[in-house]
Design a protein around this ligand. Structure first.
Ligand SMILES: [Mg+2]
Length: 73
């Protein structure tokens, strides 16, 4: 699963590079393609969390709160 996650991260990077024009992609990248790749990553993250019985929503909300405290206030 971790290698799948890294593969999806590469696909996200490829989509962003294509959208930003850093590297001419083999085929045109779209926001919809980026959304799909991000969703693929998220799916694997949820599966990984479930495999290790991690309450991801609770941890994520704490992470968001930590970022807010660090950067917004
Ligand atoms: Mg993908």
């Amino acid at each position: 699963m971790v290698t799948d996650l890294l593969e999806e991260a590469g696909e996200v990077a490829s989509a962003v590079k294509g959208l930003e024009g850093f590297k001419p992609p083999e085929k045109t990248k779209t926001k919809e393609m980026l959304a799909t790749e991000l969703s693929d990553m998220l799916y694997i993250i949820f599966i990984l969390a479930e495999h290790y019985s991690i309450e991801l929503e609770e941890v994520f909300l704490q992470t968001v709160n930590d970022y807010i405290l660090r950067f917004v206030t």
